[in-house]
Design a protein around this ligand. Structure first.
Ligand SMILES: [Fe+2]
Length: 314
């Protein structure tokens, strides 16, 4: 069975599907709009086809699905184990414990580029959004392709980044103590493609560099991933379902809408990001001398000290 709008090899992959997916790319780098499938009744072969397409396009939207909260949760469970509640931003009045509701009237619009929850040891694999109340205009979401962003860097820059790690924290959620260190370049666990894995919202520090080098490099990298050629922009409609691979993308909600915007999210648990190689250098704090600049290193020093303490206790 063919997938409309795709080439011959892609059609062969789709031969065992029970649905005929009509796939329209949303931008050159990533994103596709998909019709020809009722997600409320998706069987295993449909889910496998959507997973394969998601790996390829990284962001998918499905107009006019109008799923109930129970159907939304059931769909998410077909992709993996769901997160029970947001680690920092609990919403007790959500229609299901697995649903995190983002309502514009309560603020917290995610208008800074980020990969979700990179301050945790194992950030989510993917999320699925249900557009419940769509503003008449505005409130689009943008995504950027971190594999394309990595691939377009020069070889010397790629070579340097592959040996580095970065500290992430939940400062934007008011919890600077929630921290994790991840490789600056991570591997997609299925395709083994390399993705640039730092973001302006949660990434604080390149572990192996001094604070000033780190600041300059992060300023460059977090701006680099925002180049429009790596991005796609989704214009929402009522009842639309959107999903993204959180391991190799960042997103940004445009805070330009008037009126209510309510979106519900379920999140599939992910794994610990794997780097291309082990870190090649010691953390900067191992060699830094005490000076007036030491306050820049305090957070990293504290994280590493606590982690060593935990490892020693195990
Ligand atoms: Fe987000």
């Amino acid at each position: 069975m063919a997938i409309k709008g795709r080439d011959e090899s892609q059609e062969r992959k789709g031969q065992e599907m029970s649905a005929t997916l009509d796939v329209r790319p949303l931008a050159g780098s990533l994103g596709a709009s998909v019709s020809g499938i009722n997600l409320a009744e998706a069987g295993q072969s449909d889910v496998d086809a959507v997973k394969s397409l998601l790996t390829e396009r990284k962001v998918l939207v499905f107009p006019n699905q109008n799923l109930t909260p129970a159907q939304h949760v059931a769909l998410g469970q077909k992709f993996g184990e769901l997160e029970g509640a947001h680690p920092n931003l609990a919403k007790p009045d959500a229609p299901d414990p697995h649903i995190f509701e983002l309502a514009a009237s309560e603020g917290g619009i995610a208008d800074e580029w980020h990969t979700d929850l990179t301050f945790t040891d194992s950030p989510p694999l993917m999320s699925i959004l249900n557009m419940v109340t769509c503003p008449e205009a505005g409130g689009d979401t943008m995504w950027t392709n971190l594999i394309a962003a990595y691939n377009d860097l020069s070889e010397p820059m790629q070579e340097m980044l592959e040996g580095l790690t970065a500290l992430h924290d939940a400062r934007p959620h008011g919890n600077r103590d929630a921290m994790a260190i991840h490789p600056v370049v991570r591997l997609h666990p299925e395709t083994r493609e390399k993705a640039l894995y730092v973001n302006e919202h949660f990434t604080r520090r390149i572990v192996e560099m001094n604070a000033f080098e780190s600041e300059a490099l992060l300023a460059f990298l977090t701006r680099w991933v925002q180049n429009p050629r790596f991005t796609a922009r989704i214009n929402w409609s009522q009842g639309m379902i959107g999903m993204w691979d959180n391991r190799v993308t960042q997103h940004f909600v445009i805070n330009d809408f008037v009126g209510e915007r309510v979106i519900q999210r379920v999140t599939v648990l992910g794994d610990h990001p794997e780097g291309v190689r082990a870190p090649r250098f010691e953390p900067w704090t191992k060699r830094a001398k005490l000076s007036a600049t030491s306050h820049w290193d305090a957070q990293l020093y504290r994280f590493l000290r606590d982690r060593e303490g935990k490892q020693a206790a195990e």
